[in-house]
Each structure stands twice: as structure tokens, then as C-alpha cells.
Design a protein around this ligand. Sequence first.
Ligand code: NDP
Length: 452
Amino acid sequence: MTTRSETRTTLDHLLTEIEHRNPAQPEFHQAAHEVLETLAPVIAARPEYAEPGLVERLVEPERQVLFRVPWQDDQGRVRVNRGFRVEFNSALGPYKGGLRFHPSVNLGVIKFLGFEQIFKNALTGLGIGGGKGGSDFDPHGRSDAEVMRFCQSFMTELYRHIGEHTDVPAGDIGVGGREIGYLFGQYRRITNRWEAGVLTGKGRGWGGSLIRPEATGYGNVLFAAAMLRERGEDLEGQTAVVSGSGNVAIYTIEKLTALGANAITCSDSSGYVVDEKGIDLDLLKQIKEVERGRVDAYAERRGSSARFVPGGRVWEVPADLALPSATQNELDENDAAALIRNGVKAVSEGANMPTTPEAVHLLQQAGVAFGPGKAANAGGVAVSALEMAQNHARTAWTAERVEEELASIMTSIHTTCHETAERYDAPGDYVTGANIAGFERVADAMLAQGVI
Ligand code: NDP
């Protein structure tokens, strides 16, 4: 039997090796540290997990695909982007995870997202493995026709690697309903198959699930509510700061408002808006989803309750709750200190890894309830798996049914994380709870399936 400290030393060696074997991938190193640093108690307690090669296999993707994506802009100029799909782990089901189109995308970013996805998907309790993909293509300022040509070129390579039983992509930053439509159209054309379950986040008239667009934001709010309930509080009357103004942020604000909280901020890469009356969602949706504009337009059109702060971060605005919903590492130590100073009670991650490790540490030390993305934002992928189930059965569920399933999955993820943290002497530590619970499920499946 190895002790916790011996196990920790072994994991530290492995982390050093991961850094050597995967140079210049800081986001992947960060994600690996964040998970492996919490696993010593479970590996020490269950000798089967100490089997040589188990964790080493877990941190190595099963397959990594990199490809050229040539396309023509509206002026007829040929552009070349890079495409990625990292198929990380399929022990629990087909690879599942979104596609991100953003200029910051590189292999390390996709690997961090794919690695997180393994544990997130395991926590949903559904049969989905972990994967992620995307491109360094920037859809901002591109015409619909350019986005369509890009998506068609991207799919012309990707199609050979995916399938409803193999690998099922969805949206992420820069990939919403429009992009999924173009991607699906090209897949159908190349394969000559109506294979609805190959992509999720489809339009509701052609195989999409109701509540899929809302699911990540709604689920995160339900997770935050569950953390507050543990402390004898609820969402009613709480003020909340939300970052981002895309899919996750919009539906986070919608659910907060529906449950009686007051969401007072949103942001994009140009800065943030604070609206003391609460964000007017119809206006925000019009600007972001219809006009594809910037958040300063919101402040201009909203009137005196709102102001735009160029280049600022929402975390300087006093609030009871913080729900980062934009991108990785958007909430650092200084931001955490400001939130703590202003009396924040809970931070729940809608984005993937938005909080730096130093900030997580500070928040936890200060007794703030902290919900890590792999648990708090799992509602999106969970409803994607429900979309796959509906596609398989060639049926469509009502919005009420999907929302009930989502609520029950989020409650179950919260309970699992909470109970697992207690079982491993870390009460209230949802990071440890989520990592260990996700790890147990994947590791058990990997052990049962042999060395592959
Ligand atoms: P969207 O593209 O719809 O929105 C992203 C938002 O974040 C935009 O407001 C964007 O502003 C802002 N943003 C992105 N990158 C940056 C950056 N580098 N600096 C400042 N702001 C930035 O994406 P989603 O809402 O789908 O995704 C948001 C987060 O949630 C991501 O971390 C994603 O991985 C995570 N997530 C998404 C899920 C989903 O179902 N969509 C599921 C689970 C997690 P701008 O337009 O100016 O770039």
C-alpha cells in the first residue's frame, strides 16, 4: 500500500514528464496539474489505480489530428488556417466535445479542453468519452459566405475522423448554430448520410434538442444554486457578475434572472458593461445574436442605468456571485482578491478553466464556494448527450422534459462532487470532489478494458 505522500511524489514526477513531453503547451500543463494534484488520496486508497501506466495513459490522447484548412475570402484570396481534433479518451463512449474557432487556438489549448472534457463527461453519468477540436480561424468580421466556405473546408477533412459512434463534435467559442449548420450540411453532402447524431447543437427543426442552446448557462446557475443551498441560502435577491456575452453568458443571465437574482454585467474582448437595473436580455440578444455587434452598443442603447468600461474586467464590480463565462484564465489572483474584498459568496465556472490556480486557491482559502467548470458547466455536454439519444430514437422531447433531465443531472453532479470531497477529507472542496469522482469512473472503465 502506497501512502498519500509517496503517491504525490509519483504524480509530481509524472507532471514533470508531461511538461517535457508536451513542450510549449502551458494550458495543457495547467489542466494536468489541476487534476493530478488532487488525485493522491484516491490513488493511495485504491491500489488498483496505482497500476503502472494507468495515469500515464490517461494524460496521453488516444489520437490527435492536425490538418490544413484552405478557404477563399470574399476578395478571392486564399487563406490557410489550421484544424485540430484531439480524441482524448473513449473508455466511456464516443469522443464528445466542442469545436472552438478563435485565433488563440493551438494544440495545447485543444488538449487542455479535451483533457477537462474527459472528467466533465464522466461526471454527467452518461456514456460519452472526451475530445475537443477547433481552428485558429477568427469568425469575427467575416461574412456569412466566408464562414460557410471555411466550415465546408474544415469538414472536408474532419468528416473522416468523426461519426455518431466514433466522435461527436458540438459548438464552443466561435461555433454556434450557424457554424454547426454549415458543418452538418457538408458532412451530409460528403457522406451521403443523414446521420443526425454526428454533431450536436443542431437547429431545432433538423435534429437539434430543445434547451441545448440554454443548457450550459442554465446548468451553471443550477450548480451555483446548489452550492448556495449547502450554505442555507438561495439565489433570490443576490447580485451576480457574469463575464462574456456569448452563448454561455446569455443563458446564465437568463436563468439567474428567472430565479430572482440580478445579473448586472456582461463583457466581450473589448471591455464590459455594468447595468445597475440588471442586464436587459432582449437587447443583449439582439446585439450579440442577431447583429453580432460589440457590448458597447448595449450601453449606448440601454440608457442611463448602463455604462461601458473599455478594457476592464467585471470582477471589480461588487456582487454576491461571480459566474465567469468567457474564456480560460480570465479571473486571476487580483480579480479574486477584489471579489473577496467585495464579499463574494460563490464563484461558479461557466467557461472552461477561467480561474487561474492562484485565484482558485485564494477563493477557497477565503471560504468562497467554488464550482469548477468540469462540474458546473457540464449541463451543455449533458444535453448534447440527450440530443444524441433523441437522434438515435428518431424522436424529439419537449422542452420541459429536457429541462427536468438537465436539472436532475446538475443536482446529481453537485451531490457526487460534494460527497466525494467529504469521502476524501476535503469537505466543501468541489475541485477535489469533481476530479476524483470523474477520475474514478474513467479509471474503472480503463482498467476493465485492458491496456489499450
Ligand atoms: P461564445 O463564442 O458564444 O462567446 C464567447 C464570449 O467570450 C464572447 O463574449 C467573447 O468575446 C468572449 N471571449 C472569448 N475569448 C475571449 C478572450 N480571449 N478575451 C476576452 N473575451 C473573450 O462562446 P461560448 O459562450 O460557447 O463559450 C464560453 C466559454 O464557455 C468557453 O470557455 C467555452 O469553452 C465554455 N463552455 C461552452 C459550452 C457551450 O455549450 N457552448 C459548454 C461548456 C463550456 P469576443 O466576441 O469579443 O471574443
